[in-house]
Design a protein around this ligand. Structure first.
Ligand code: PMV
Length: 342
């Protein structure tokens, strides 16, 4: 018995940065993201022989080859869900995962990877040991236990993760889909990921989250994210491109500001990250095209724009930005897909 799922990566508009004390992978502030339909992981999980070892038993292949460096994170993930899953208690699993974007481009693959794995695990568990419940929410909950931001990859709609007093149903445990009606200004949003630096980042996201603990600037940052989420939801329904851009760009800069305000401090942006940001500001002012930049925990720059500006923005990238990209690489993705069973 086996199952295969394709799950998109996602890019946060309001960033998750910092974990709550107590609990496992609970966010210090709420966040919202768009799924990146064309940048995805595809994972197959096959149920093999019996397992009676008292812990999860699995083999993991990445692109068909063993990948030892991923195993500790998978072991932690399975240990966290072991008690809830007869599938893990009773069976040995073979996991085979691939990404459709090249590994080593600096594009985060853990959100797509744990999203796809979560889909497979819930699917097989439901086949073998069915229980009633909200399946998407359960996938989101367990994906979170693999990699926090992965919990937002399970919806076609923008996904909100983390409790927010004004958002009904919002939770620290799992993401929920944005319930409002999104204005036409934001239809068919696209993300062009400019690969400024393809290398492994010097400080991992887990270490970065950890440095928010006891950071005197932390509480102010968490309050800002909370406020930004309210404002962004309003901007999405009101169709305010101007407010969307100012919140999204402020969020990207606050994320990196928190890295600089950590102890020890560090910087993940590269000179070309700043060069691209300057170019984007200049282009937006001159052309009037509402394109926003955002950043993940790395040097690469994401450009967000509505589908109707695709030709203009791609032309801008090709004529003015490729010189700042490593090997002139960039990836363009549509947004708004849910995971799919293959
Ligand atoms: O899910 P993690 O632990 O890799 O954290 C990711 C955090 C950011 O990508 C920087 C922001 C976000 O909300 O996705």
């Amino acid at each position: 018995m086996k199952t295969t799922y394709r799950c998109p990566s996602n890019i946060a508009l309001v960033k998750y940065w910092g974990k709550k004390e107590g609990g496992i992978q609970l966010p210090a502030n709420p966040s919202i993201s768009l799924t990146l339909s064309d940048l995805f992981a595809e994972t197959t999980v096959q149920v093999m022989g019996a397992n009676s070892s008292g812990k999860a038993s699995f083999d993991f292949l990445f692109n068909g080859q063993p990948r030892e460096s991923f195993v500790p994170k998978l072991q932690d993930f399975f240990a966290r869900i072991y008690n809830d899953y007869e599938l893990l208690q009773k069976h040995h699993l073979l996991i085979n995962s691939t990404n459709n974007f090249p590994h080593g481009t600096g594009i985060a693959s853990s959100a797509a990877g744990f999203g796809a794995l979560g889909c497979c695990i819930v699917d097989l568990q439901q086949e073998l040991y069915p229980k009633p419940g909200n399946r998407q929410q359960e996938i989101s909950r367990i994906a979170r236990l693999g990699s926090g931001s992965a919990c937002r990859s399970v919806y076609a709609e923008p996904a909100i993760w983390g409790h927010h007093s004004e958002i009904e149903g919002s939770s620290d445990e799992f993401a929920i889909p944005f319930a409002g009606k999104i204005a036409t200004e934001f239809s068919q949003m696209m993300d062009a990921v400019l690969i400024v630096d393809a290398g492994e980042k010097k400080v991992s996201s887990s270490a970065g989250h950890g440095l928010l603990k006891n950071n005197p600037y932390g509480p102010a940052r968490f309050a800002e994210a909370d406020r930004h989420l309210t404002e962004l939801c309003d901007a999405l329904t009101a169709g305010s491109e101007h407010r969307f851009i100012s919140i999204v760009e402020s969020e990207a800069l606050q994320l990196h500001a928190m890295m600089m305000l950590s102890n020890p401090y560090y910087i993940l942006m590269r000179p070309n990250t700043l060069a691209v940001i300057e170019k984007v500001w200049d282009y937006r002012e001159k052309s009037g095209v509402p394109v926003a930049f955002t950043l993940d925990a790395g040097a690469n720059v994401h450009l967000l724009f509505a589908g109707r500006y695709q030709q203009q923005v791609l032309n801008f990238i090709q004529t003015e930005l490729l010189e700042y990209c490593q090997n002139r690489q960039y990836f363009c993705s549509t947004t708004g897909s849910a995971p799919e069973k293959i």
